[in-house]
Design a protein around this ligand. Structure first.
Ligand code: HEC
Length: 98
């Protein structure tokens, strides 16, 4: 009797987690949604070591925006402008610091 319905609790938790991710999006310095998007789409070709290597390609915020858009289109991620900017902000806060 007790074990029944356990799976349902997990199903109900999913929309709550998504809502929390969306709600915290506006407030946080490093957007958690940016990490989520990045880790979902961007780890198939390179690891984050790409962002800190000595001879990295990206040397300004503008170049970072262009590169994220380029890789986004390359991988076919359907992010809108706000989602793309979240990933740019995530990479800049965590790795590039322009
Ligand atoms: C299809 C393979 C592929 C995927 C998927 C991919 N990238 Fe890339 N990315 C590359 C390659 C290749 C390079 C390096 C190009 C070079 O060294 O000339 C690169 C380089 C970069 C750089 C520049 C690193 C530097 O040197 O400063 C950034 C930033 C970047 N990718 C972001 C992303 C993001 C964000 C995503 C997810 C949308 C992503 N990449 C997904 C292939 C990919």
């Amino acid at each position: 009797m007790r074990a029944r319905g356990h799976g349902r609790v997990i199903m109900h938790a999913v929309p709550i987690v998504l809502a929390l991710a969306a709600a915290s999006r506006a407030a946080a310095e490093e957007p958690p949604y940016g990490k989520l998007l990045h880790d979902t789409e961007c780890l198939t070709c390179h690891t984050p070591a790409q962002y800190t290597r000595a001879k990295r390609l990206v040397n300004s915020l503008d170049e970072l925006r262009k590169r994220v858009a380029y890789c986004r289109d390359d991988v076919g991620a359907e992010w809108d402008a706000a989602e793309t900017e979240d990933v740019v902000r995530y990479l800049n806060t965590r790795y590039y610091r322009f």
